[in-house]
Each structure stands twice: as C-alpha cells, then as structure tokens.
Write a protein that binds this ligand. Sequence first.
Ligand code: ADP
Ligand code: TRP
Length: 321
Amino acid sequence: MRVLSGVQPSGTLHIGNYFGAIRQFIELQEENDCFYFLADLHALTTVHDPEALRRNTWELATAFLALGLDPAKAVLYRQSDLVEIPELTWILSTVTSMGLLQRCHSYKDKVSQGIVPSHGLFAYPVLMAADILIVRSDLVPVGKDQKQHLEVTRDIAASFHARYGDGVFTLPEPIILDEVAVVPGIDGRKMSKSYGNTIDIFGPEKAIRKRIMSMVTDSTPVESPKPREGNGLYALLKLFAPPGEKAWVERAFDEGGVGYGDMKKRLFGWYLETFGEARRRYEKLSADPGQVEEILQDGANRARQVVAPLMEKVRRRVGLR
Ligand code: ADP
Ligand code: TRP
C-alpha cells in the first residue's frame, strides 16, 4: 500500500507526537511504500519567523531520521521542494466549492485561538488534498483532528473526476492515530504544545529531568496506595516501563511505600532507556547537516518521479499545455 503523511514543522517534537504518530509512521515503513514530508508550506500559516521555520524544519527532519525513519525504506522530503504541490493546489482549488471549505472545523478552531484568518489558513485543506492526491496515496495516518481534511480530500478528488473524467486520483483512506495512545502531559491533560505541558524527545537532559520532576501529582502520602484514575504519572510510567517492570508500577500504586518523587526518577531513567539511542543519533546527525540535506534532496527526487507523470496527466485533462 502507498502511505503518506506530513507533519508541520511548527515546534519541538514531544513524546505525545512520538507515541501518537511518529512511531506508527516508522512501523509502517516495513510493509508499505511510505512517503513522509515536512509540511513547511502549511507551517507558513502560523510560523512567521523565517529563521524559526528553517530551524524547525531542519529539526523535524533530523528527528524523523534519529527516531528510525530509514531513507532506504521510506521517502522523506520537504513539501516546498516539490513545486508541483502548489501547482496542483491551484488546479484543485478551482474544483473546490467555498461551502466545502466553510464547513471545515479546523479553520474556525484556529481563528478562535487567535491565528490570523488568512486566505492560506482558509485554503489549508486544498493544499493538504494536493499533498495526498499528488502521490496517489492509499492510506493516510493522521490524528482525529485531521479526519475531516481527509473527507475534504476525497470530495475534491471526486469533483475533479466529475468535471474532467475519472481515473486520475486515488481516493485515500485515513488511519486514525488518536485511538493508538493519548499521552498525558505534565499537568495530566493531553500532551500538546498549545498547553505548554510537553516532555520533549530531544534537547538537554537536565531540562527534561526537570520537566519530569515537575509533573503534577496529588498529595497522597508516601506509604499509602496511590490512585490511578486521572493520574498522568501512572499513565507515563506504564508507557515507558520495560516489560519486566510493569508489575513494579502496579505494585507501587497498589501497595504504597513508593513516593511520587521516586516514581518520577524511575520514569526519567526509563525515558532515557527509551530515547537514549535516538538522542545520540540526533546529536550525530546535527553535527553533519550535509547528510540530512542530502537525504531530503534524494527524497524530493524520488517523490518527483511519482509526481511528474501524475501532473502531466492532470495538466492534459484540464487543458494546460
Ligand atoms: P500538538 O497538540 O502538540 O500541537 P500536533 O497537533 O502537531 O501536536 O500533533 C502531531 C501528531 O502527534 C498528530 O498526529 C497527533 O495525533 C499526535 N499527538 C499529538 N499529541 C499527542 C498526544 N498527547 N498523544 C498522542 N498523540 C499525540
Ligand atoms: N495538517 C496536518 C497536521 O497539522 C499536516 C499535514 C499536511 C498532513 N499535509 C498533510 C497530514 C497530508 C497528512 C497528509 O497534522
């Protein structure tokens, strides 16, 4: 199956992004023909500092590679390296009704969060449809919040086929990732950069230790059993504990005698066991930016081979050239 997904370079990757998305992307590379890209054109709707956009894009590419994306198995590219994507976006926008975009929740949600209501923000789903349709992906792993954009993509493909004849695009199916795992943040709510409650995957060890040690807990005394319900620390311990240590977590909560401070120290140790190797790879790749750039260029070239014949067909169908 052909799989495609994109991640916006709009901030630092946190462990929720890993367990909720990146880990699944990387697993999918074993059995599928995967295309993953850094959605820098989408990020322009919210990131207005050029240096920050470049840095975030770079860090996201490095993170994908450090976390196990294998360029021999999956294609990794920068969205903006494929100029065919904005070309297809324009063509698709001429078959997209205003009503379809006006019904999109994410535009309204973003505007209510205070994001500038630009035309780009409004047309965001058309760019996303172009990303997906241009490589003819069968499956698109995304969070629940993106499900509507997949429906819009299918509608846009159908409108194109209705006007110009079918057989050009593949109608993609979503794989909804939110059902995999919702990772809580240090305040117990869903981990999200917009809540400021994240634990990062990369970055200085000391800062991460501090974040983990500052997790919000209740005031149950050390010797007492601890409540599991709504306890973010419990959820993270279960997520990170190596198989042989899961029983320790259960006992610590059931029997008492282990304080939250000690649990957090364990959590930090397991965090380092989980991400230690990736963190070392990240350091190594950061020291060799040329290698990351080469991988992205190679990814763009491989993606272009898939995109070029499709775009020829689209241009012919609509009467360009
Ligand atoms: P954020 O909420 O921090 O802005 P994004 O919306 O950029 O994160 O999420 C990118 C991907 O990571 C999405 O596919 C989303 O489903 C996943 N993800 C983000 N936060 C979590 C979380 N706390 N638990 C599980 N998955 C998450
Ligand atoms: N809109 C997606 C997000 O914010 C990112 C994205 C852009 C994407 N283009 C895509 C995801 C195409 C899947 C397919 O998470």
